[in-house]
Write a protein that binds this ligand. Sequence first.
Ligand code: SAM
Ligand code: SF4
Ligand code: SF4
Length: 339
Amino acid sequence: MTPLDRLGRPLRNLRLSVTDRCNLRCQYCMPEEEYVWLPREDLLHFEEMSRLVDAFTGCGVDKVRLTGGEPLLRRDLPTLVSLLSAKPALRDLAMTTNGILLAGHAGALRRAGLHRVTVSLDTLRPDRFKALTRQDALDSVLSGIRAARETFGSLKLDTVVIRGVNDDEIVSLLEFARAEGAELRYIEYMDVGGATHWSMDKVVSRPEILDRIARARGLVEPVAEETSAPADRFRLADGTTFGIISSTTDPFCRSCDRSRVTADGMWYLCLYASAGIDLRRPLRDGRSLADIAALVESVWQGRTDRGAETRLTVRDRRPFVPVSALRANPHLEMHTRGG
Ligand code: SAM
Ligand code: SF4
Ligand code: SF4
């Protein structure tokens, strides 16, 4: 059964965060000096995550993406991947990672049944990587990308484009991706929780990204496809394809079929939702799978969220959540929600 929400959108995609901890401090996600972490005892065990995924697949989910924080900081991640990859209802099992630890884990993840990997990569310059993430770790990320390509055959790279930070690398990152056999997706800088340094003038819009690529590489054509995926895809004359996720200037809420579960089992219907639904309690109270699936179904049927579209109507836009509110409630953070 696939329930529809109040705007007629099915529930297909689940982003499952396996930890809120991270080994980077990306300027656009975790720019503060101090963070409040989820209590360890609240973090779901792998069997609990697997049960939750069963409840979601019962409601139409057929794609799961493991995320974080940094998912590779969660010990024994291949054990979770084995549990999930054994589920016939899942057509797609992917992971988004910053790549630092990927070289050491790619083989085990593949053997456990992970289908696909996306690596976040915002710069090819070591000094800029360090300034952007507070770690001198670009070489490890590049090794991770190579290992993923060798192990999985292909991969995606995600780049958050920020004016004055890395927008001068739009074309060089595309060339790097092509040379690595990867498809690059540019992501517009979003004003989500965690992006406490966000301002509209730092956002490089889809038309501007396209214009910069066209000026350097000639004709850019849209790839026509019917999909609910957030990225619009484009092709260059030499066959290179890439995507742009214009979540800030032209959001795709009208077809949004995704939701997010945090590492402690809170379920968020939208990246901008201020409150989530506690699924840990029913799990730990021993409620049946059918009960939890019924809860998921009924909540989804009441969903009206279209956070990014609503943000478009805000005049004098500033970071979505002030630092004090993030400290009081780490669930509002992007690194807790999984991006
Ligand atoms: N740590 C992993 C990584 O960086 O790939 C997975 C979690 S991270 C929160 C997931 C995605 O969210 C990353 O691709 C990251 O670039 C993106 N992200 C974080 N903050 C963002 C922001 N303010 N605007 C747009 N994308 C953002
Ligand atoms: Fe960067 Fe991902 Fe960590 Fe956020 S969770 S700081 S995007 S590596
Ligand atoms: Fe979906 Fe909310 Fe993002 Fe819109 S803002 S695409 S409804 S998660």
